[in-house]
Design a protein around this ligand. Structure first.
Ligand SMILES: Nc1ncnc2c1ncn2[C@@H]1O[C@H](COP(=O)(O)OP(=O)(O)OP(=O)(O)O)[C@@H](O)[C@H]1O
Ligand SMILES: [Mg+2]
Length: 278
């Protein structure tokens, strides 16, 4: 076999392997941003929980190898990963919490020490992690992306072909250029992942004792204006609140608490995402 044929065969085998573990996923949705720390992981986790609460079968994959968030967000430590054998392949089973199937590299390695992987190594590890997880039938697999538009993001979208992408911004970080770059990468002709829309996180503050008051500390409607400027759909606002950050730190994201106002915001986001996909 010449090297080209060999390469082609390898790629076919890889695609077949991915099809087996991920072929029953209806929609993969990537949650990205131009900048770090805007709340992608928070939005991804709460969106996943909100979709599961609506009766969908949902998975959530941590695509951030350098700063995995799912171990903290769902209070999962090492040694909870179980293996299964499917058609002679040894596969990992996702960990299930709050109705969502979860997988993160942080479930396997010590999250306290830094991972010193170069780009291609990290991309390979991630691709392997996601495609060697036995996801089963899912309506949605949410991908919590690392910030920016590097090699890892590119490999992920090229390998897993998301049905759509969601971008997160905050009122303090409304730099058009950063979000534009991220959107451009996904919408590039060769990748062609449609943008479902922009979410403005930490958009306003609501005190617990006055749940109907909204204080726009950093200015109102910045996210909506940014969406207009970028010519993308606006998916709504998520408040900044202690409940959100405390719930994150406790390992039970706020969307799991149906009585909270924050949960309502994520349920509305889930409705909009589903509507955009249909
Ligand atoms: N709406 C919110 N209200 C209060 N705190 C929030 C909110 N959204 C996010 N946070 C907090 O802000 C911090 C950053 O959030 P998160 O980790 O979700 O951001 P990220 O965009 O995923 O970051 P990274 O780029 O590092 O992956 C976390 O401590 C989180 O608990
Ligand atoms: Mg994150």
């Amino acid at each position: 076999m010449n090297p080209f044929e060999e390469r082609k065969k390898q790629e076919e085998a890889r695609q077949a392997a991915i099809k087996m573990t991920m072929g029953s996923i209806k929609h993969i949705i990537a949650v990205g941003s131009g900048k770090g720390g805007v709340g992608k992981s928070t939005v991804a986790a709460n969106l996943a929980i909100a979709l599961a609460a609506k009766g969908y079968k949902v998975g959530l994959a941590d695509a951030d190898v350098y700063g995995p968030s799912l171990p903290t967000l769902f209070n999962i430590n090492k040694a909870e990963i179980l293996a299964t054998n499917v058609e002679g392949r040894e596969l990992m089973l996702p960990v299930e919490r709050l109705g969502v199937k979860l997988m993160s590299i942080g479930f396997m390695v010590d999250t306290q020490s830094p991972l010193i992987w170069r780009g291609p190594m990290a991309s390979n590890a991630l691709t392997q992690l996601l495609s060697e997880t036995y996801w089963g039938e899912l309506d949605f697999l949410i991908l919590d992306m690392p910030p920016g538009t590097g090699d890892i993001q590119l490999t992920l979208v090229q390998t897993f072909h998301p049905s759509g992408s969601i971008f997160v911004c905050t009122p303090q970080q409304l730099a058009v250029a950063d979000v534009r770059r991220a959107i451009n990468m996904f919408e590039d002709d060769q990748i062609a992942v449609p943008t479902l829309g922009l979410v403005e996180n930490m958009a306003y503050f609501t005190p617990e004792e006055l749940p109907n008051n909204k204080y726009y500390i950093f200015g109102k409607d910045g996210g909506m204006k940014l969406a207009e400027e970028l010519k993308v759909n606006f998916l709504g606002q998520i408040p900044i609140s202690c409940s959100i950050s405390e719930a994150n730190d406790k390992g039970t994201p706020v969307a799991a608490n149906p009585d909270s106002v924050e949960c309502k915001a994520f349920l509305e986001l889930a409705d909009k995402v589903v509507a955009r996909l249909n």
